[in-house]
Design a protein around this ligand. Structure first.
Ligand code: DON
Length: 587
């Protein structure tokens, strides 16, 4: 039991929720949003024997804790948290976006729910080659940038099949935050400021996120700590609570989307939204030094490449390399990342449309790749040819929620509208920010996407196809029991962030909070630079430069959340990324 949260719990109060146009929907109990305690500022972790939830926003974490308090399990907590993030952190994720949910239930079974967006039925390979560029390009801003959103359907199915409470209950805290408003974080304000030019193109969007400045009387985006109220989104949540996800997929939301698309040059139709389906996939599994790593399969590239890099790294004694000279270990990890990302660009795409060779996570293939790594210098790399690859087939924002409970339910949920505020527009009257996930396809061959990623035919735009993702919700087992879960935001850096959390925790023995806080490096093959966070030890930088890496610095690299479990003390430790606000809580 974490005492400081017990104390916060004493301030619970009761409110009446009435954002639904038709009715006072429900009475909710919510902890008073308290200022962050001193202890919290000093630590990015919390511990509990009962359960744990970690996210990037204290209000969203509290929604998860509330689900636990009402008798919900880790799935209920994760979905309540995700739906609240869709309100208080909706520049990163929301029901206008998509998600991957990896669940391990108390019986030890795994489920991978694919709620990734789908390209509309009128989309085709030349969609973005045919249209002339507008601000940020049509694959990033405006009507064509959006895939059919899948997050809500996946959330609904997760709760229905694996939770103990209801979707209605999971929506409650988010609805309250939308209805009553909440003070926006500095990151939220910065992201609004950074996207104001694109957002102001869409009047219904500007109406929600911009206000008149009290002194200058000018219209401007909301600023840090100002209270943002989202009545339309509150009504949307209330409608879904009352009528279920059908309101979204077969009712008012689908109709409003169809209408807006027709008026704004989009191609998404009522039928596209109605036809959206989640897919139950089989997780990707590998072993790593006696642990079992369970990840999300394609159309995520995360599970495959986390597994592939770990398979390569298993050929090295990382701890020994680190003890010899830390730069040696960082060099090997960077070279392994580079090899994996070269394969990613070439081999990965939606498995419902293209063949993704499973040989990518073959242990012998990893040995072959490991042999290409030179401890003293960088080596130029191209994609390899994994076993059983059939040559006939050649052809910036997110958030992660981690949850676990003492019954053995674990959830790793990564959800996104893609870059900040997605495609920068809301469907009028709904408050729902739509994703710009179409940019995760190879929109124009040879042209890097928002994350500098290039790709091949396998990830080209096709009707009904899901764009390749880097989201990597991961659960790690020892002797069949979960001992760690991690996931992250940051485009392709998600894969490397998850790798660092695993390496730092399992190889270097760091507690989860420290493993996440450590400076990270990232290589994605193209561009060829090695990206290093600015707080790296200068000796490591020197060691990497002497091995001929071309180094670029970055002030912060993604946001990662995780939970570890100590089987001896039977204690969960949840951690959020100190690179941003966040909160981990358990009962
Ligand atoms: O699915 C993907 O890989 C991307 N759409 C994720 C975007 C992301 O993480 C943005 N965060 N900074």
């Amino acid at each position: 039991m974490n005492n400081r949260f017990l104390v916060l719990g004493l301030f619970a109060f009761t409110i009446t929720f009435n954002s639904s146009p038709s009715q006072a929907w429900q009475t909710a109990t919510l902890e008073r949003p308290a200022s962050v305690s001193q202890q919290d500022r000093l630590s990015n972790t919390a511990s509990s024997k009962m359960n744990m939830i970690a996210s990037v926003h204290p209000l969203a974490t509290r929604a998860g804790l509330d689900a636990f308090a009402q008798g919900g399990n880790a799935v209920d907590a994760a979905i309540a948290t995700a739906l609240t993030l869709g309100v208080v952190d909706n520049y990163n994720s929301g029901i206008g976006g998509g998600c991957f949910i990896l669940i391990r239930n108390s019986a030890g079974e795994f489920f991978a729910i694919d709620g990734r967006e789908m390209a509309p039925s009128a989309a085709h390979k030349n969609l973005f080659r045919d249209v002339q560029g507008s601000i940020s390009g049509p694959s990033r801003t405006g009507a064509l940038a959006s895939g059919v959103p899948g997050a809500l359907k996946a959330y609904g199915q997760a709760v229905e099949k694996h939770g103990r409470l209801s979707l209605k209950s999971a929506l409650r805290m988010g609805a309250k935050a939308a209805n009553e408003g909440f003070p926006i974080t500095r990151a939220y304000a910065d992201n609004l400021q950074g996207t104001k030019r694109q957002m102001s193109r869409f009047p219904a969007t500007a109406k929600i996120f911009f206000r008149e400045d009290p002194s200058s009387k000018q219209i401007r985006p909301y600023e840090f700590d100002e209270k943002l109220v989202q009545k339309d989104l509150a009504a949307t949540y209330a409608n879904i609570a009352q009528k279920g996800t059908d309101w979204f997929y077969h009712g008012e939301f689908a109709k409003a989307t169809d209408k807006w698309m027709k008026e704004n040059g989009g191609v998404m139709t009522f039928e596209d939204v109605s036809n959206y389906q989640t897919v139950d996939r089989t997780p990707v599994r590998t072993t790593y030094r006696g642990y079992e790593i369970v990840g999300f399969p394609p159309p995520s590239s995360g599970g495959v490449h986390v597994a592939q890099v770990l398979n390569i790294l298993e050929q090295f004694d990382l701890k020994q390399l680190y003890d010899d000279e830390p730069a040696k270990m960082y060099h090997v990890v960077a070279e392994a990342m580079k090899l994996a990302f070269a394969d990613r660009a070439y081999w990965l795409g939606d498995p419902d449309f293209v063949e993704v060779p499973l040989g990518l996570i073959d242990k012998n293939y990893a040995i072959e790749l490991a042999q290409r790594i030179d401890l003293s210098t960088v080596v130029a790399s191209q994609h390899g040819t994994p076993p059983n690859a059939d040559s006939e087939f050649f052809e910036r924002h997110t958030t992660h929620v981690a949850a676990a409970d003492a019954d053995g339910n674990w959830v790793a949920l990564t959800t996104t509208v893609n870059t900040t505020f997605g495609a920068k527009y809301v469907i009028p009257g709904t408050g729902v920010i739509m994703n710009n996930q179409m940019d995760d396809f190879v929109a124009i061959p040879g042209k890097p996407n928002a994350f500098g990623l290039v790709g091949g035919e396998k990830n080209s735009v096709e009707a009904g196809k899901r764009p390749l993702s880097s989201m990597s919700p991961t659960i790690v087992l020892r002797d069949g029991q979960p001992i760690l879960t991690v996931g992250a935001a940051g485009g392709p850096k998600i894969i490397t962030e998850v790798l660092w959390a695993i390496i730092n925790h399992l190889d270097l023995g760091m507690p989860i909070g420290e493993a996440i806080a450590q400076p990270r490096l990232h290589h994605q093959w193209a561009p060829t630079d090695l990206l290093l966070e600015s707080n790296f030890d200068p000796n490591v930088v020197k060691g990497l430069t002497s091995r001929n890496h071309s180094i670029r610095r970055s002030s912060g690299m993604g946001i990662c959340q995780g939970i570890s479990f100590d089987p001896v003390t039977k204690t969960f430790t949840g951690a959020y990324d100190p690179r941003t606000t966040g909160k981990a809580m358990g009962q």
